[in-house]
Design a protein around this ligand. Sequence first.
Ligand code: NAI
Length: 373
Amino acid sequence: MCAVHPDTTGVFDRLDFADDAPHEQVVFCQDLRTGLKAIIAIHSTALGPALGGTRFYPYVDERAALTDVLRLSRGMTYKAAIAGLKLGGGKAVIIGEPARLKTPALLEAYGRFVETLNGRYITAGDVNTTSEDMDIVGRTTAHVVARTPRNGGSGDSAPLTALGVFHAMAAAAETYWGTADLTGRKIGVEGVGKVGYNLVGLLVDAGAIVSATDTNTAALGRLAAAHPSVSIVDSVIDADIDLYAPCAMGATLTDVSAAGLIASVVCGAANNQLAHPDVELALHQRGILWVPDFVANSGGLIQVAGELDKRSREETTAQVEKVGDTVGRILQRQREHQILVGEAARDIVIERLRSARTPGPLSPVLPPRSDSF
Ligand code: NAI
């Protein structure tokens, strides 16, 4: 008998996920000719086709890749539902070192697998995959968004993701400080890559006092050239700021960092910001307002949903600006029910899934009322 970790064995009966909303379909894809090994996870199609990007990453093993894709696809269900989109949640991972493995032939092979799902899953870019890669994937499947504009796509989603984060921040500021005006607020941005860089521009224009950090000196150089007023610092998470904006990697909010945070509000683009769910309670007990990541960073998904619906850039931008209204509704519910912000957001997601679900063999069974996904 081989010993396996009970949390992370396969797809069914996983102990690390609540069993009330399991994944609908998980597809393992292999192409020996190109070295492609991919997993496509469809968490839910209750609201529409499952949409989510393709992450290309050198996972230590297949189990780590599976855990990541299951977690990320579930997050996409949340993100689409809270944003009011007619989309389900899905995600894909390609296992391997992108610099060594990523070739046009591999991306075309991947596209053929996406095509076999007949539109139940729609792919896009993610970590280590670009709009140019999606152009190549699109040679073998119709079910791809966020291609380059010259190939009919809506291109880089970072500017609209940043815009959504900005409006989420303003809504949180209105609740916390009684004004959405960010003039004079000290805001620390962690990670000034595609999203963080755009966010800093919006914050500077809004009159905020911005500090920023990044591990990449080129990213910092680009920022300093564009926004000389921004202070470049070693760290923002423990700095004397009003608002902490994580825009780099997830899981920066741990028991330790939450205890040391000086900021009153946390709102940023990074996915999966909490190292574990209880961190939100620790933040709440310290009077810190955390805006759930899947709400704040939904601008990119709204963009590709607009691409599918053939909406104009102006219409899509107006929809992204409504992320602030969504945050406002969640915070109002949180106050009314005296629950955590994350719980208020999850309640709205579950209500929407329950009301939109049409019975059928491919619809997931939702719980009568057991609210943890
Ligand atoms: P990116 O890769 O362009 O930028 C991330 C930046 O963070 C890089 O400049 C990197 O050097 C920096 N970084 C990495 N580790 C760091 C650390 N420990 N401390 C400080 N900086 C660090 O990625 P992008 O597109 O800007 O995304 C940022 C975050 O937002 C990611 O977590 C991503 O998953 C999330 N997100 C992005 C969306 C998009 O439309 N690009 C949509 C939704 C979420």
